[in-house]
Design a protein around this ligand. Structure first.
Ligand code: GLN
Length: 558
């Protein structure tokens, strides 16, 4: 079939859930038997978010092919249960780098390079790569930011042109806006939505659907008003009331018959009836009150929970599978260094140290790892969290506080964590880490192998440093087991402590492969240990746990 495109723009303010809306609509379409993919167009000038501070941008989400992308791609993959590739996140930086590179090569000799058509053509070329590389029949494209931003103009112009390029019947525009609530008069206001639609019109895009996000119920009268002023059909004004259960969004959109309308407008017919059974069960399970476990997440960007979006989601997925509720206590590692916030660790049934870069707050995380080891508290170390667990253990085994990673102390005499050999010659910071999916062989009889139930797994990476093999022998004699190795045996991918209920660290980021219906086995293994420490019985539940296959697809083990 001809590829169909659905474009998402944002109005009024950012952070109203445009990414989740696109992801959820993707799910509605997948449920009807269509192959979908989602692309995010980010108007900033960085080539990718890999070099940005999580404070600026939130988490950097890594794909199978190693692309470092916007965290919205995490929503897309989790909601739709698909694997995306690097063409699914485009930035202004990438577009300009490509066009300027061609100009220098002489590809446009004689021409003046301009935003229209050169930049817009490059944007459209990149949109066109999505169906070619993913096989998607319906491509959803989300533009970052809100209409009215200077930076997003070339992207919106490209989307406008797409309608005449690929045909009116093959394109739809969805505008996601916010209805502010005026407390004094207890009313929701549509005026900002009207203004933002007018702004969109002024650049030549008329929305086919308006998703109106609000913290309060939206009366039909208000929908009628939006339909009238913004010139969209009443059934295409979709109320989106804030829900505490993120995974309920597809169900809310389904209640509003969103997909039926979209398919009708695209001239498509559903290939099968959507089956929401599993989602409904998931949402019901989220809502059910469950016994609570406390997990301390010790990080450096804890003020901004978005910086650890996938870790938080992976914990929630695993908790659901075990019939427990995970309460995350966000602990700033620099506070631990100052002797503060230790009560958070004292009340924790489990400790997670996620990924990170740079030396700030490192010693606090090492102290947290020490606390977990000495008090036998379940510990899960993700990338940096694994490296610090190794440093902590080595300090104790070797009796030296000089043990370190060369990332934090270049001249340490005991570099148990060191730069990977093929990283030594690299000078550029952007896109040069060990990135993406690599195989990991599990060692039988270890906690990791027990959690995965298989011998070979593939996981997503993002790091420059690794465990220094010169220390493997001494560490393993002291009780650290290297339970996951690269197939050639050269690289430690998972380390764990033998004499501990669950102290496991991974050089990779398992959080990126966790899905709501397919929790990641290591997170399940960790939380199961947390549950036991909290003294909670295992709930006899329908087995929900399915493992992630080598190709990233579902493998049932039940
Ligand atoms: N900074 C460490 C490295 O580069 C860990 C990276 C991470 O946690 N993603 O190896």
């Amino acid at each position: 079939m001809t590829t169909k495109y659905i474009f998402f723009t944002g109005g009024v303010v950012s952070s109203v859930g445009k990414g989740v809306t696109a992801a959820a609509i993707g799910r509605l379409l997948k449920e009807r038997g269509f192959a979908v993919a989602v692309q995010k167009l980010d108007p900033y000038i960085n080539v990718d978010p890999g070099t940005m501070s999580p404070y600026q941008h939130g988490e950097v989400y890594v794909l199978d092919d190693g692309a470092e992308t916007d965290l919205d791609l995490g929503h897309y993959e989790r909601f739709i249960d698909i694997s995306l590739n690097h063409v699914c996140n485009v930035t202004t930086g990438q577009v300009y780098a490509e066009v300027i590179g061609k100009e220098r090569r002489g590809d446009y000799l004689g021409g003046t390079i301009q935003v229209i058509p050169h930049i817009t053509n490059e944007i459209k070329r990149r949109i066109g790569l999505v169906d070619k590389t993913t096989g998607a029949e319906i491509v959803l494209v989300e533009v970052g930011g809100t209409v009215g931003d200077i930076e997003s103009l070339p992207f919106l112009e490209a989307l406008r042109q797409m309608r005449s390029d690929v045909g009116r019947e093959n394109t739809l525009y969805i505008h996601v806006t916010w209805l502010p609530y005026i407390g004094a008069t207890s009313e929701l206001k549509t005026k900002p939505t009207q203004h933002s639609v007018r702004e969109l019109r002024s650049i030549g895009i008329s929305p086919d659907m308006i998703v109106a996000r609000s913290d309060y119920p939206i009366e039909d009268g208000l929908r009628e008003k939006i339909a009238l002023f913004c010139d969209v059909e009443l059934r295409a004004v979709v109320p989106m009331i804030t829900t505490p259960v993120l995974y309920e969004v597809p169900l809310l959109l389904e209640d509003n018959h969103v997909a039926d309308y979209l398919l009708e407008r695209l001239g498509l017919e559903a290939r099968r009836q959507p089956d929401w059974h599993e989602w409904e069960r998931l949402v019901a399970e989220v809502r059910r009150s469950k016994p609570v476990v406390n997990v301390a997440l010790v990080g450096k960007y804890v003020e901004l929970h978005d910086a650890y979006m996938s870790v938080r989601e992976a914990l929630k997925h695993a908790a659901l599978a075990l019939g427990i509720e995970v309460n995350i206590n966000w602990v700033h590692s620099a506070e631990l260094e100052k002797g503060r916030c230790w009560e958070e660790l004292e009340k924790a049934d489990g400790i997670v140290v996620p990924g990170g870069f740079g030396s700030r707050g490192i010693e606090g995380k090492i102290q947290a790892a020490r606390y977990a080891r000495e008090h036998k508290i379940p510990y899960l170390g993700l990338c940096l969290g694994m490296q610090l667990m190794v440093i902590e253990f080595a300090r104790q085994v070797l009796g030296s506080e000089d043990v370190n990673s060369t990332e934090f102390d270049r001249s340490t005499k005991v570099p148990v964590i060191d730069l990977m050999p093929d990283q030594r010659a690299i000078a550029d910071m952007g896109g040069t880490m060990r990135l993406g999916l690599y195989p990991c062989q599990l060692q039988p009889g270890t906690r990791a192998a027990e959690a995965y139930h298989k011998a070979l797994v593939h996981e997503r990476h993002r790091h420059r440093f690794e465990l220094n093999n010169a220390y493997r022998e001494v560490l393993s004699q002291a009780g650290m087991s290297f339970s996951g190795l690269s197939p050639d045996g050269k690289l430690v991918e998972i380390a764990e402590l033998v004499d501990h209920p669950f102290m496991v660290g991974t050089q990779f980021h398992p959080e990126f492969l966790s899905r709501p219906n397919r929790p990641h086995p290591l997170f399940v293994g960790f939380l199961d240990a947390v549950r036991q420490r909290a003294g909670l019985a295992s709930e006899p539940k329908e087995a929900v746990v399915e493992r992630i296959g080598q190709d990233g697809h579902k493998v049932s083990v039940n």
